[in-house]
Ligand binder design. Structure first.
Ligand code: SAM
Length: 336
C-alpha cells in the first residue's frame, strides 16, 4: 500500500534527506499520467514511454522510483498501481484526488528557502496571505482540490454525528460547503449557512447549486476572525482550517461561536491536531510549519489545547474523537 498521506508516525525517517525526491517523482508521475496509463494497461516502461512521449530510459527510471516508494507494484512482468493509487490517482475515476495530493505543490520553491523564512523579523499576519489574496478563480481551483476529499469527510461527519432534530448549522470556513451540503441532505429539517471569505462565497454557491440544496444551504461572506456570526444556529462546525491560525485566534473564534450558538447547541472542531505527546501525526506538524511560508500566526495545536479552548469558552461535555485516523481529529462540546 502506498503512503499517499503523511500519517505514519516517523514513517521513513531514515530517508528524510531525500524525501523530496519522493514528492518530485509523485508529481512527475501525476503530470505524465503514469497511474492512469498503468490502469489502462501500460505497465511496462516501453508502453508507458509511448503513452507519455518520453524515452524508455526515463520511463524505466520513474517507474522504478515509484515502485520503490510503494506507488507501483511489480508482478515480475508488468507494473500495477498500488491499491490506494488505483483508487485515488486514476484520472476520470470518481475518487480521483490528484488536485488534493498536489495541494502543497505551489509552495515547492519556497520550501527551499525555509531557513531564511524562519529567520524573518516581519510581524506575522493574522489571516494568512494565501487566504487574503484569494480570487474567485483561485478559490475555484483551491476548492476543486478540497472538495475531492471534503465530501468524503462530510459524509463521515454526518455518519459519526447525529444531528437529528437540529435546526440550523453554521459552517465556519466551510469552503465548498461539503459538511453543510451532506448534513442538509442527510438530516430532515436541518438548514446550514456556510461562512467563508468573499472570494470563496461564489464558489460555495456553485457547489450548492451543483448539489441542488439551495433551499436549505446558503453561503455568506464572514471573516471568522472579525465579523459577526450568524444567529439562530444550534450547531457550529469548523473544519480543516485549525493550523492556519494561532492559539489566540482559535480560542477567540471558539469563544464567539459559543456566544452565537443557541442554548443547548453543539460545536464540532475538526482539524489536523497533534497528539498530546507532540510526536505526531506528521500531517499536523506539516500544516503548522507550512504557515511559515505565509508568515501567518498559524501553527499546530494539540488535542489538549483544543479541549482547553472549548472549556474556556464555556462548552461542557467536551470530548475528543478520532475522525480520519492520522489526519483529522474532532473535538465536540455542548453549550448548556
Ligand atoms: C482547507 S479549507 C476547508 C474547507 C471545508 N471546511 C472543508 O473541510 O472541506 C479552509 C477554508 O477556511 C477558509 N478560511 C480561512 N480563514 C478564514 C476566515 N478568516 N474567515 C472565513 N473563512 C476562512 C478558507 O477560505 C477555506 O475555504
Amino acid at each position: 500500500m502506498a503512503n499517499l498521506r503523511y500519517d505514519d508516525r516517523h514513517h521513513g525517517a531514515p530517508r528524510l534527506p531525500s524525501a523530496f525526491i519522493n514528492s518530485a517523482s509523485l508529481f512527475a508521475a501525476i503530470d505524465l499520467g503514469l497511474f492512469t496509463a498503468v490502469a489502462a494497461g501500460a505497465g511496462t516502461p516501453a508502453a508507458f514511454a509511448a503513452e507519455a512521449g518520453i524515452s524508455e530510459l526515463n520511463a524505466d527510471r520513474l517507474m522504478t522510483m515509484c515502485c520503490a516508494s510503494g506507488l507501483l507494484e511489480w508482478d515480475g512482468t508488468v507494473y500495477r498501481n498500488a491499491a490506494d493509487v488505483q483508487r485515488f490517482l486514476v484520472e476520470g475515476e470518481a475518487r480521483y484526488a490528484g488536485a488534493w495530493l498536489q495541494f502543497m505543490r505551489p509552495g515547492w520553491g519556497k520550501w527551499g528557502d525555509l531557513t531564511e523564512l524562519l529567520k524573518t523579523d516581519e510581524p506575522a499576519q493574522v489571516t494568512p496571505r494565501s487566504v487574503i489574496d484569494m480570487t474567485v478563480e483561485s478559490a475555484r481551483d483551491y476548492h476543486k482540490a478540497t472538495a475531492s476529499v471534503g465530501f468524503g469527510a462530510g459524509r463521515r461527519f454526518s455518519r459519526d454525528v447525529d444531528l437529528t432534530g437540529r435546526k440550523r448549522m453554521m459552517d465556519l470556513g466551510g469552503g465548498s460547503g461539503a459538511y453543510s451540503i451532506v448534513a442538509a441532505q442527510q438530516f430532515d429539517g436541518l438548514s446550514a449557512v456556510v461562512c467563508d471569505l468573499p472570494a470563496v462565497v461564489p464558489v460555495t454557491r456553485e457547489f450548492i447549486d451543483e448539489y441542488d440544496v439551495a433551499d436549505r444551504v446558503s453561503a455568506e461572506a464572514v471573516d471568522f476572525t472579525r465579523d459577526a456570526f450568524p444567529t439562530g444556529c444550534d450547531v457550529a462546525v469548523m473544519a480543516s482550517n485549525l493550523p492556519m491560525y494561532g492559539r489566540e485566534v482559535i480560542a477567540e473564534v471558539i469563544g464567539r461561536a459559543f456566544a452565537a450558538l443557541e442554548p443547548g447547541g453543539e460545536m464540532h472542531l475538526v482539524g489536523e491536531m497533534l497528539d498530546d505527546d507532540r510526536a505526531g501525526p506528521a500531517d499536523a506538524a506539516i500544516w503548522g510549519l507550512a504557515e511559515t511560508l505565509a508568515n501567518s500566526t498559524g501553527m499546530s495545536h494539540t488535542r489538549a489545547e483544543c479541549v482547553a479552548y472549548f472549556e474556556r469558552a464555556g462548552f461542557t461535555d467536551v470530548t475528543v474523537h478520532e475522525f480520519i485516523p492520522g489526519v483529522l481529529t474532532r473535538v465536540t462540546g455542548h453549550k448548556p
